[in-house]
Design a protein around this ligand. Sequence first.
Ligand SMILES: [Zn+2]
Length: 118
Amino acid sequence: MVYLIHFDEPYHHARHYLGYVEGNGRRKTSCLVSRLKRHQAGNGSKLLAALSRQGRTWRLTRVWWNGTRDLERQLKKAGHVGARNCPFCNRKVLGELVKTQSNKLKKFIFENNHDLIF
Ligand SMILES: [Zn+2]
């Protein structure tokens, strides 16, 4: 699956992190939660590790449950990942996302103050 993280403050020119984790579908939410915990701990991404070291906050804003590495590449290649796909930055994408979050993920997000905005 492919996931999008939004930084609460821009880091240099970066405002988002687009990642891929093995496992597709909501039944694999645990894979994503594990990855987010790794990110929180400063592992799995140099960019997010740098943010963590500086005490900067970020939030998960979108998940493509069946997203493949190809989708990740396509989204990166298209550019402006955040402006095009982040519901936090672009309210127009909100409508299609309302039903995409599982309860397990919501619980994780709630407990870690990475609040969903829909
Ligand atoms: Zn954003």
